[in-house]
Design a protein around this ligand. Structure first.
Ligand SMILES: [Zn+2]
Length: 80
């Protein structure tokens, strides 16, 4: 586990297929689109049918932290 530098939320780091680190919210989110394969590599599934299948197979879904981070939101507002 890790902590977000901006809002101190508990997050964890997953690896994207391109080898980048991606901050993920600690708790699973039934509406999330981020899941990881058996190797811990991020997979984004947005198709509801595919999501159902994945959940049946025991996959958990999460949300990328930057979509919920209040600090990230502030940055966006300030720029826009
Ligand atoms: Zn944050």
């Amino acid at each position: 586990m890790a902590v977000c530098n901006s809002c101190q939320a508990t997050i964890w780091w997953a690896l994207t297929p391109s080898g980048k680190s991606m901050p993920i919210n600690e708790k699973p989110d039934p509406n999330g689109t981020v899941t990881t394969d058996q190797n811990g590599i991020v997979e984004i599934i947005t198709d509801p049918a595919e999501q159902r299948l994945a959940k049946k197979r025991g996959r958990k879904f999460y949300t990328a932290h930057f979509t919920t981070c209040p600090a990230a939101d502030e940055h966006r507002r300030r720029r826009g």
